[in-house]
Design a protein around this ligand. Structure first.
Ligand code: NAD
Length: 431
């Protein structure tokens, strides 16, 4: 019998029911905590004295953002320039030395980064390291002061395990399956335009692309002709000859994706050409949750549609799975969009559009749970690559003022001390 099981289940159920989310609930809990301290002052004083002989004080402080030191940045192949340079900006801006490990799969960018970039930076603080899994594994045996990894959850675990050996902090920017809910109360053509654009962008090889649609069977019937119309307008009658449609990065990924075309029933597209690593913009219907296309991140131009009866079932479907990097909801009703936002969790969220939230430097970008740890972009990048050092500087003089905190602690001295601390805005006087 596990002594913790009941307690943990109870707390998780409360969390999933949404009880802890309203502001009033949180304020009430904090008020309760304040009352606990107030009502039990003497009890706590006595207990602290018994345990630790303790009476300390808080003071005003400031935060000094300092570089961590030697940072390792590991990048994937799908946006090989952006996903190396954007973290690099943050790491350099914060004052770190950097080892950059681009993906060995996007070979051409890897070559340019290795041969050209070091000429533009001070080589005493910057290096590009090349290699695939084996070399990266070897690199990870070394101690770094921070590791910033973008890639798959599988390799993310390898990186985190290696980092744990040295207690090195990490940012993990990972992937997964991003749901996209389409409400019955929508204009199907507007939804189809936006969904087709951001699903087939870069041939679907985008970590924040919608991985699958959730909608009612009725909405599916309205969406299919609208999606077909959007695909034809964007890529013409023969998408393979369109200059606007990307190709799959390599044969391995192509074979993986071509196998996924066998899931469910092809409603749109479905063609492929191995010599050209081409997969047509595809929509699948009648897909079973147990099929591979619903079990793994698709990362290609294939969009399955899963039927749900409405928003409640959509929320349940989303919450039964790992927390995604991005979550999308389309509805003419802002209440529906806000409900999905409030009752789910994801790295980022965008209502009535695709990954536009990711393009704003004012918003942090990152996952939660299985989709990642940490955040960056804009100012958040600087903060990610900085240690937030808590500092207190005090005057060497005015020793008489300090005398009240030194033992022996007479009741009168303690009273004066507590009054002085409360006057300075220290909400907790018992720590
Ligand atoms: P990947 O995890 O296979 O590789 C990423 C990096 O890790 C590469 O530099 C690679 O050389 C290295 N690597 C691979 N295997 C390794 C191993 N065994 N040990 C040590 N290092 C290893 O990912 P990928 O195929 O390059 O990229 C696709 C994945 O990245 C998708 O899951 C996608 O969602 C995710 N991604 C996430 C973001 C984000 O910002 N969250 C952005 C782009 C891609």
């Amino acid at each position: 019998m596990d002594p913790f099981e009941d307690t943990l289940r109870r707390l998780r159920e409360t969390f999933h029911a949404g009880h802890t989310r309203p502001a009033e609930f949180r304020a009430a809990q904090l008020r309760g905590l304040g009352h606990f301290l107030q009502d039990n002052k003497q009890l706590l004083h006595d207990a602290l004295a018994q345990d630790l002989h303790k009476a300390t004080q808080l003071d005003s402080a400031f935060i000094r953002k300092e570089p961590f030191g030697l940072v390792l940045i590991i990048a994937p192949w799908n946006y090989p320039l952006n996903l190396t340079l954007v973290p690099l900006v943050g790491a350099l801006a914060a004052g770190n030395c950097v080892v950059l490990k681009p993906s060995e799969i996007s070979k051409s960018i890897e070559k340019v980064l290795a041969e050209e970039l070091p000429r533009y930076l001070d080589q005493s603080c910057f290096a590009v390291v090349l290699g695939g899994p084996q070399e990266t594994g070897q690199l990870l045996e070394h101690r770094f002061d921070y590791i910033f990894f973008t890639g798959s959850p599988r390799v993310g675990k390898i990186v985190m395990t290696a980092a744990a050996k040295h207690l090195t902090p990490v940012t993990l920017e990972l992937g997964g399956k991003n749901p996209c809910y389409v409400d019955d109360n929508c204009d199907p053509q507007i939804v189809a335009n936006r969904v087709a654009w951001f699903r087939y962008f870069n041939a679907g090889q985008t970590c924040v692309a919608p991985d699958y649609l959730l909608c009612s069977p009725e909405m599916q019937e309205r969406l299919l002709p609208a999606l077909q119309s959007a695909i034809t307008r964007f890529y013409g009658n023969d998408p393979q000859s369109s200059p606007n449609l990307g190709r799959i990065i390599n044969q391995k990924q192509f074979q993986r994706l071509r196998a996924l075309l066998g899931c469910g029933r092809v409603a749109i597209g479905g063609q492929s050409d191995e010599c050209d690593r081409y997969i047509a913009p595809t929509v699948l219907v009648d897909v079973q949750e147990t099929e591979p296309v619903m079990q793994e991140e698709i990362f290609g131009p294939i969009l399955p549609i899963v039927n749900v009866r409405g928003v409640d079932e959509a929320i349940e479907f989303i919450n039964q799975r790992e927390k995604p990097l991005a979550l999308y909801a389309f509805s003419n009703s802002s209440q529906v969009v806000r409900r999905i936002l409030a009752q789910t969790s994801s790295g980022g969220f965008c209502g009535n559009d695709g990954f536009m939230h990711m393009t704003l430097a004012s918003l942090p970008f990152g996952g939660v749970g299985a989709s990642g740890i940490g955040r960056y972009h804009g100012k958040f990048s600087f903060d990610t690559f900085s240690h937030h050092r808590a500092c207190l500087l005090r005057s060497p003089g005015m020793e008489k003022l300090n005398a009240i905190r030194y033992p022996p602690h007479s009741p009168r001295r303690l009273r004066v001390l507590l009054v002085a601390m409360e006057a300075r805005g220290c909400s907790c006087t018992l720590l």
